[in-house]
Design a protein around this ligand. Sequence first.
Ligand SMILES: [Zn+2]
Ligand SMILES: [Zn+2]
Length: 124
Amino acid sequence: MGDITVFGNLNQVSIRLKRISEVVKNREALGFPVFQGDEELEYLFSDDDRLCPVCRRFGEERFFTGLEVQQTFSHISRVGEYKFAPNVHETHPELMGECRCRLILLHPAETFEERLYEEKLAVL
Ligand SMILES: [Zn+2]
Ligand SMILES: [Zn+2]
């Protein structure tokens, strides 16, 4: 990721800057969608006597892209800005108790900066 250089005569530059500013405003209003291929999430599990084999298996895999998360955890819910509960017990009715695992989105600022940069380039 680098700087964005806007070329053109004054009128063209002004139009391009306006488009960039609209991209930024739009993202400020909407935020970015989560669970895309460019995200990295870490799976955290409580390693205690209540840990089940399903949770352990995911915990040992440990890192997932956002896309893999989307495809793997169909009962995921958001529990914090960048923190999610995979709720893997929902797909395994034989498992006792609640899934206490968490998925944490790693380096969100860099990921979203990079996307914003790509979106700005795309409107030039
Ligand atoms: Zn479990
Ligand atoms: Zn779990």
